[in-house]
Every structure is written in C-alpha cells, then in structure tokens.
Design a protein around this ligand. Structure first.
Ligand SMILES: Nc1nc2c(ncn2[C@@H]2O[C@H](COP(=O)(O)OP(=O)(O)OP(=O)(O)O)[C@@H](O)[C@H]2O)c(=O)[nH]1
Ligand SMILES: [Mg+2]
Length: 294
C-alpha cells in the first residue's frame, strides 16, 4: 500500500522536524504545505527531504489542504493521511486511521478526538466542536462525533474526485458535504489528541466563530428553504402577534403602545427579508444544480 502524508503547516518550526523524522519511519512520501510561514518551517521541511509546497503568503488551513489534495492526486498514491504540524497527533495512530480504507470499509476515515475518554480537550473547545458537528451531521445525515478533526485518511477515489475550495477551517465540513453528495463512505476511529503547552495557531473565539459561520454557510446552502424558511416563519409569527397585539389594544383602549408596535414591525421585516432570502437561494441553488447535472 502506497501511503502519502500531508501536513498543513503555519509557523511550526518548533514541531515540524520531529514530526517529519517520526513519519519517515512510516513513509517517505511526506508533503508539507508551508503556508507562508515567517519562520523556518519551509526550510526545515525541505532539508529533511519532505515534498514542500510553499504558498507565497498565508492563505489559510483549507488552502493548504487543497494544495495537499492536488499534490496527492498527482502522486497517485493509494491513501492520503492529513496530519497536524503542531505535535497534537500521534504517529502511532496512523495505522488505525488508515485501516478501514485498506479493508475497503470506508473512503474517508476521521480520527475522532471524542471516542476515547482520555482526551483532555478544553471544555469550551469541546462545546464548539460538538455544536458544529451536530450541524454538519444534520446536513449530511451521518452520526459523526468529530467533524473538525484534522487527522483523517482519504482513499484514492476521494482524492481524485474531491477538490476542496474553502480557504479556511471550514474546509473540514466542506469535504464531508462533498463526500456525502458523492456517496462516499465516512467512518470514524478513536485517536488521542495531545495538549501540551501552546499549540493553537488562532485565537479560540475567532477560530470558533469562523468555523461556525462557514458550517452554517455550507449547511444552509444545502437546504435553503428549510434553513431560512423556518427561521423566517418564526420571525413572522412573532412579528405578526406583536402587530395584532398593537391593533387589539388600539381598538380596545384607543392607545398606541409604540414599543410593542416597533418590535412587531421590526421582527416582521426581518421575517420578510429571511423569507425572500429563502426563496431566492432555493431558486438559485435549483438552477445551479440543474445546470450542473446537464
Ligand atoms: N496551512 C495552514 N495551516 C494552518 C494555519 N493555521 C493553522 N494551521 C495548521 O493547522 C493545524 C491545526 O491548527 P490548530 O491551530 O492547532 O487548530 P486545532 O488543532 O483545530 O486547534 P487547537 O485545539 O487549538 O490545537 C496545525 O498543523 C497548524 O499548523 C494556516 O493559516 N495555514
Ligand atoms: Mg492543534
């Protein structure tokens, strides 16, 4: 079996050397996508014999996953494993993540951080990842525990067919949605995530918010009528009941409660905008899909 390992790396000079040296015991096909680092990441990767892709500037995690996918496709390997550069993933977990692909049981295998109890992820991160995973599950009809893990294995079929396009952390969800559309089988296996010292590249709040937003983007575009339509109906019914309340009190007491009226009008307007969005998006998505199929 021909295995290639892809590492997205941004300013990881502290960890990248030891990771490459450990991975070389498993395969000599190691792609490091150095995403415009301002440190020695790229040099170290090249010196240690990794296949280095250098982005001229920092484009984002997803852009690196895209570059890694394209390179792996060109190399025509049997399995692609994506592995973080910050030292949080264990090299000894790689065979576990690869196994279901070799056994032909899955096309994508996610190394889940939530299937073993010994993981020590901070509570706020757990909460965010679980919420985003729930949203992703609802959209692709799966029952995953960790849609955001960067430790994954992909079969040759997946690498040949899927071209990731999200430049940010939203790429994890994007790939799953595309995989689900192509009816690829997604499996999960337990991995251990290490939290030792400072490993995060991004501020957790902005990181969480941007992943949440892109997840909403991907899932809402799949079902625009459901997503925006239901929200619109909620706003409209609240808005209209406030307006009715205003009319009723006016009829009974000849008195206008301005606050209630304003809330009513405001909420109704938001509802109308959402309803229009739902219809527009639904039409747009249908037209695009039709053109796509022909
Ligand atoms: N190419 C690229 N890689 C990045 C970027 N930001 C982070 N990474 C890499 O993506 C991997 C995961 O990044 P982290 O910031 O640790 O994200 P995380 O593991 O989801 O979050 P933590 O739980 O805080 O560690 C590491 O290998 C980083 O080097 C970026 O802007 N570009
Ligand atoms: Mg990390």
């Amino acid at each position: 079996m021909d295995l290639v390992i892809g590492i997205p790396a941004y300013n990881e000079e502290r960890n990248i050397a030891s990771i490459i040296l450990k991975l070389r015991k498993i395969t000599d096909k190691i792609i490091v996508c150095n995403d415009g680092s301002s440190d020695m990441t790229g040099h170290i990767a090249e010196e240690l014999g990794a296949i280095a892709i250098n982005h001229p500037k920092n484009l984002g995690y997803g852009a690196s996953i895209r570059s890694i996918f394209l390179k792996a496709k060109e190399m025509n390997s049997d399995v692609l494993v994506t592995f973080d550069a910050d030292g949080q993933h264990r090299v000894e977990d790689i065979p576990i993540v690869v196994e279901p692909i070799i056994a032909n049981k899955a096309d994508i295998v996610i190394g889940s951080r939530f299937l073993k109890n010994e993981t020590e992820i901070p509570e706020y991160r757990k909460f965010g990842i679980k919420m985003i995973t729930k949203l992703t599950n609802a959209s692709i009809n799966e029952n995953l525990t960790d849609s955001q893990s960067g430790f994954r294995a992909y079969s040759k079929k997946v690498v040949n067919e899927i071209v990731p396009s999200d430049y940010g952390m939203g790429v994890s969800t994007e790939i799953l949605i595309k995989a689900s559309k192509s009816e690829f089988k997604i499996a999960e296996v337990p991995i251990v995530i290490l939290y030792e010292g400072e490993t995060s590249t991004h501020n957790p709040v902005s990181h969480g918010a941007s992943v949440l937003l892109s997840t909403i983007k991907y899932t809402s575009i799949e079902h625009p009528l459901k997503f925006y339509g239901i929200t619109a109906l909620v706003f409209l019914s609240i808005g209209l009941s406030f307006i009715l309340w205003t009319i009723q009190t006016y009829a009974e007491q000849r008195e206008l409660i301005t606050n209630v009226a304003l809330i009513g009008i405001g909420t109704t307007l938001i509802g109308v905008v959402l309803l229009i969005t739902a219809i527009l998006l639904y039409t747009l998505v249908s037209v695009v899909r039709e053109n796509h199929d022909h």
